[in-house]
Ligand binder design. Structure first.
Ligand code: ATP
Ligand code: MG
Ligand code: MG
Length: 554
């Protein structure tokens, strides 16, 4: 068996497993901050962390990195769990950094006793100022040499709520002249009076990311703490904090990969929140959002997202992936799995003048030519039908293969028809196209006429049974490849004015009447669609997931 070559993280893991020998297991974690909904970048991290655990028969924790009560909410916790499960993963343990607040506090006290942490009375701005730049040594805080006793006393009183917000911090005592700025006595704790979504008002001091993250990995027995490249420069600090507390050989290792960037997309949670709050979109799950819930509502599938994440692999250098690649995987999956349906989006009426009045008949349509087991469905054929307005021209140029006066087309799964004349309203718009049909040409009937080749095949619905539906045509939210990559412009300047267009004109074949939210279809010759959560049996609403082909390609 040929072995797929390992990516650099797999190589690190295989080396680890080999070194540890029999019985060794890897343990990863996915650590979202519950301050927003998950997006496609998180999906990449989820596929990586849960995927590695699956691949190497290890474990993966879901850890809510909830150390900033100012921005975190239960709603986000719930959505994160739902989205991970929808992608097809399940965590081994559900953890919260807030569950470790007491342990983290105790370790901080220990560090004070060890002389490696101190209370600083300066403001965060003063502290930042004194750090200087990498090429010049920082200035030591006047509080750096406080006695252990004084530090213990002050830190306890910080915890007890004796000092106002922002008036003191706890800092690690490392090296104010380190070339790595993160090592210049980083802040470990700050005072913040804000109710926490889990610990309520139990705490008024909160640990900072750099302190909390590695120690949480340690508590959970994480072997590989995989994060994005911007944390590479934090790695010495991650290791330093572990050195202060570790007891024995075990320590997690942090490894970094390039975050996913997608063209025509923004991923900053702050900016996504702004889109929601300023109502540029209908919510976090708006089908134009790059959130997992938005993609779900748009009709993307977990399989397509996972395939995409797998295809792009892990990189050690920042890059931008073309969003067309994600869309390609969505189309490929939808092409395999979606039943075909006929929906006329902008109808014009056809009357078959030589078809008997007062009767209808059944014709049979393949549900999915890619999947024989999907079977066939019944469609109703009748004297009056609808086709797309754009599928007819009175005076057609030579290469026009749709319907025009005096020319024939096949109505898919039905008969061959020929346009004879048109009826117009006072504005000159066509209201009816009168056609004749070839009564011997029924698809699948085996007659000579049924095998007759005509240039065009059109989709249609019977006027007798057509179902009016609402269609929401979604397109990319931004018109620019890098909406937040311009110095002189805001990402909001690039919002695509046509990213949503709503139509109430469409008529669907009746087989769609029982469609439920998230059901997915290919509307033949039109695109991929799914049922929106706003849909009801009385008022069906479809979202356009994607057109059949990439219409953005240059
Ligand atoms: P933001 O900067 O938008 O707030 P974040 O990285 O702070 O995002 P977290 O909730 O902290 O969001 O992220 C959880 C995990 O997802 C982290 O391990 C982070 O590295 C990973 N992650 C976030 N964005 C991406 C991305 N674009 N590509 C890959 N992984 C990502
Ligand atoms: Mg963040
Ligand atoms: Mg983060």
């Amino acid at each position: 068996v040929e072995k797929k070559s390992l990516n650099f993280i797999e190589a690190i893991i295989e080396e680890y497993l080999e070194e540890k020998g029999e019985g060794a297991k890897i343990h990863t974690r996915f650590p979202p901050e519950p301050n927003g909904y998950l997006h496609i970048g998180h999906a990449k991290s989820i596929c990586l962390n849960f995927g590695l655990a699956e691949q190497y028969n290890g474990l993966c924790n879901l850890r809510f990195d909830d150390t900033n009560p100012a921005k975190e909410e239960q709603e986000y916790v719930d959505s994160i769990k739902e989205d991970i499960k929808w992608l097809g993963f399940m965590w081994d343990n559900e953890c919260f950094t807030s569950d470790y607040f007491q342990q983290l506090y105790d370790w901080a006290v220990q560090m004070i006793k060890d002389g490696t942490a101190y209370v600083d009375d300066q403001s965060p701005a003063e502290i930042a100022e004194q750090k200087k730049t990498p090429t010049e040594p920082g200035i030591k805080s006047p509080y750096r040499d406080r006695s252990v006793e004084e530090n213990l006393d002050l830190f306890e009183r910080m915890k007890n709520g004796e000092f106002p917000d922002g008036s003191k911090v706890l800092r690690a005592k490392i090296d104010m002249s380190s070339p790595n700025m993160h090592m210049r006595d980083p802040i470990m704790y700050r005072i913040l009076r804000k109710a926490h979504h889990r610990t309520a008002d139990n705490w008024c001091i909160y640990p900072m990311y750099d302190y909390a993250h590695g120690e949480s990995d340690y508590i959970e027995g994480i072997t590989h703490s995989i994060c994005t490249l911007e944390f590479e420069v934090h790695r010495p600090l991650y290791n330093w904090f572990l050195e202060q507390i570790k007891d024995g050989e075990y320590a997690p290792v942090q490894r970094e990969f390039a975050r996913l960037n997608l063209s025509y997309t923004i991923m900053s949670k702050r900016k996504l929140l702004q889109l929601v709050n300023e109502r540029h979109v209908a919510g976090w799950d708006d089908p134009r959002m790059p959130t997992i819930s938005g993609m779900r509502r748009r009709g993307y599938t977990p399989a397509a997202i996972r395939k995409f994440a797998d295809t792009i692999g892990v990189a050690k250098r920042e890059n931008v992936i073309d969003v067309a690649l994600l869309e390609h995987h969505v189309r490929e999956d939808l092409n395999k799995i979606t039943p075909r349906m006929m929906v006329v989006t902008d109808p014009v009426k056809i009357i078959l003048t030589n078809y008997p009045e007062g009767i209808t008949e059944k014709v049979y349509a393949d549900n999915n030519p890619e999947d024989e087991s999907a079977g066939k469905r019944e469609m109703t054929f009748s004297r009056e039908l609808y086709i797309e307005r754009s599928d007819f021209m009175e005076d057609a140029p030579k290469k026009y293969f749709r319907l025009s006066l005096g020319n024939e087309v096949r109505l898919k799964h039905g008969y061959i028809i020929k346009a004879e004349s048109v009826v117009k309203d006072e504005n000159g718009d066509i209201t009816e196209i009168h056609c004749s049909y070839d009564a011997d040409s029924k698809s699948g009937s085996g007659t000579e006429a049924s095998k007759r080749r005509v240039k065009g095949t059109l989709h249609w619905v019977s006027a007798e049974v057509a179902l009016p539906v609402e269609i929401r045509y979604y397109d990319r939210l931004f018109t620019d490849e890098a909406p937040d990559g311009h110095k002189d412009k805001d990402f909001l300047d690039f919002i695509n004015e046509h990213s949503l267009e709503v139509s109430h004109k469409a008529l669907a074949e009746p087989a769609l009447k029982d469609a439920k939210p998230e059901d997915k279809f290919q509307f033949q010759r039109i695109g991929y669609f799914c049922v929106d959560k706003d849909s009801t049996p009385e008022h069906l609403v479809f979202n356009r997931t994607l057109t059949l082909r990439d219409t953005w390609a240059k």
